[in-house]
Design a protein around this ligand. Structure first.
Ligand SMILES: NC(=O)c1ccc[n+]([C@@H]2O[C@H](COP(=O)([O-])OP(=O)(O)OC[C@H]3O[C@@H](n4cnc5c(N)ncnc54)[C@H](O)[C@@H]3O)[C@@H](O)[C@H]2O)c1
Length: 369
C-alpha cells in the first residue's frame, strides 16, 4: 500500500465478490476499504471472510473511496450506478453496463453531467491472450480481417450459481451475460460494429435445475436462451456469433478470425490467458503462448482506471465501449423480434493496447488469486 493508492469500495457481496477481493489485492495502486450489500448479512459475511470493514450503503457512498465497484445483478446496475455517481464517485461496474441499452445510456449521460468516469467489465481483454491477439492483428499478421465466428454455448449457470433465476431474466441470458465477453473482445480487435441481425429461440420456457443443492427446482425463462447474430463491423468484417444456455457440450472454437492473409484462433475471452493459434495463408497452425496477465485478475480494469485517473489518460475498460457493446446486444434481441437487421447508433474507439511495463505501473504483484 502506498500513499498514491486509490481507495475503492464494493457494493454487492455475492458470488463474484471473492474473485474481486483477491484480484484487487494484487494491485498496489488500489486499496479496498469496505463492502456493502442490500442484504446486511451478506456484507457482514464477506467482510469477515476478507477482514474488511462492513459498511451500510450510505456509509460506503460517503466514504473516502474514489471508485466504487458495483457487483450487483445487471437489473440493479442502473439504480446502484446512479447512486454512486450522485455521491460524486467514479463507477466501475460488472457486466453488462446495465440491464438495457436505455439504462446504460442514462448512466453514461449522468456520468458526463457529473464529470465522473464509468469503467465496466469485462476487463479480460487486457489479459495476455487478448493482447497477444491484438498485437498480431495490429501487425497485420493475417491481413485485413474479412470474416469470423464466435461461439459461447453452454448449459447455463443453473447448477453452480446460488441465484440462477437472474440469468433467465431480461438483462441476462446467454447473450447479455456471456456474449458480452465475445463482443468486447471483437470490438477491441476490430473496432465498432455498424449493423447486426439476430434470431433468438427459447428451447425450454421453464427449466429444471439439473443437479446441485437446488436440483429439480423450476426456473421461469423470460429471455431467449439460444441466439444467433450477424455482426457487420465498420471496418468491413462480417462475423457470426452464437450464444446459448441450451447446449451441454460442443467442439467449436471460442473465436476464429479470417483475414486476407491467414487465420487466427483465440481462446475463451472470459479468461485472461489461453493459447492463440495463427496461420499464414493455408500454412500450418502456429501456437503462441501469451506471457503477461495469464492468471485470475478480476480488478485489472479497476487498476487501469485508477492509474488512468492519476495520469489523466483514458481508461481502457471504458463506459463508452461497454455502452456500444450493450447497444449491440440490445439490437440483436430487437432484430430477432422485428425480423430485420438494425444499425447501431453508438460507436467507440478501440482501447489503447497494453504497453510494456503495464504491470509495474499498476504495482502488480502475483498472489495466485
Ligand atoms: N458469479 C460470477 O461468476 C460472475 C462472473 C463474472 C461477472 N459477474 C457479474 O457480477 C455481478 C454480480 O454477480 P454475482 O454472481 O455476484 O451475483 P449474486 O446474485 O451472487 O450477488 C449479487 C449481490 O448484490 C446484492 N444486491 C442486489 N441488489 C442490490 C442493490 N440494489 N444494492 C445493494 N446490493 C444489492 C445482492 O444482495 C447480492 O448479495 C453481475 O453483474 C454478474 O454479471 C458474475
Amino acid at each position: 500500500m502506498t500513499n498514491q493508492s486509490t481507495a475503492v469500495a464494493i457494493i454487492g457481496a455475492g458470488d463474484i465478490f471473492p474473485a474481486y477481493a483477491k484480484g484487487l489485492a494484487q494491485f498496489g495502486n488500489l486499496r479496498l476499504i469496505g463492502v456493502a450489500d442490500a442484504r446486511p448479512d451478506a456484507a457482514q459475511g464477506r467482510a469477515a471472510e476478507f477482514a474488511l470493514p462492513c459498511m451500510s450503503l450510505d456509509h460506503l457512498l460517503g466514504s473516502e473511496a474514489e471508485i466504487i465497484i458495483n457487483l450487483t445483478p445487471p437489473q440493479a446496475h442502473r439504480a446502484v450506478g446512479e447512486a454512486v455517481l450522485k455521491a460524486g464517485k467514479h463507477l466501475y461496474t460488472e457486466k453488462p453496463l446495465a440491464g438495457s441499452y436505455a439504462d446504460g445510456a442514462a448512466l453514461l449521460a449522468l456520468a458526463g453531467a457529473c464529470g465522473l468516469r464509468i469503467g465496466c467489465a469485462p476487463d479480460t481483454f487486457l489479459g495476455g491472450a487478448a493482447q497477444a491477439a491484438r498485437a498480431l492483428v495490429d501487425a497485420d499478421r493475417i491481413g485485413r480481417i474479412v470474416a469470423g465466428q464466435a461461439c459461447m454455448m453452454e448449459r447455463g449457470p443453473d447448477d453452480w450459481h446460488p441465484n440462477p433465476e437472474v440469468f433467465y431474466r431480461p438483462g441476462a441470458g446467454p447473450l447479455m451475460d456471456m456474449g458480452v465477453y465475445y463482443l468486447t473482445q471483437l470490438v477491441q480487435l476490430l473496432g465498432p460494429i455498424a449493423r447486426v441481425s439476430g434470431m433468438a429461440h427459447t428451447s425450454w420456457p421453464v427449466r429444471q435445475i439439473p443437479r446441485g443443492p437446488r436440483r429439480g427446482e423450476s426456473i421461469k425463462v423470460e429471455t431467449p436462451t439460444h441466439l444467433v447474430a450477424g455482426l457487420a463491423f465498420e471496418q468491413g468484417a462480417f462475423i457470426t456469433l452464437s450464444t446459448s444456455f441450451d447446449v451441454w457440450k460442443h467442439k467449436s472454437s471460442h473465436i476464429e478470425l479470417y483475414g486476407e492473409g491467414g487465420s487466427l484462433v483465440l481462446p475463451d475471452p472470459n479468461q485472461f490467458g489461453g493459447a492463440i493459434e495463427v496461420c499464414e495463408d493455408d500454412g500450418d497452425w502456429l501456437a503462441q503462448a501469451p506471457t503477461a496477465f495469464t492468471g485470475r485478475h478480476r480488478g485489472l480494469g479497476v487498476a487501469d482506471m485508477a492509474d488512468a485517473l492519476r495520469a489523466s489518460r483514458p481508461h481502457r475498460a471504458s463506459g463508452e465501449m461497454a455502452l456500444h457493446v450493450l447497444e449491440a446486444m440490445d439490437a440483436i434481441l430487437r432484430a430477432a423480434e422485428q425480423h430485420r437487421p438494425l444499425s447501431l447508433q453508438t460507436r467507440c474507439a478501440r482501447p489503447e493496447p497494453v504497453p510494456a511495463g503495464f504491470a509495474d505501473s499498476l504495482q502488480y504483484r502475483e498472489q495466485g488469486a
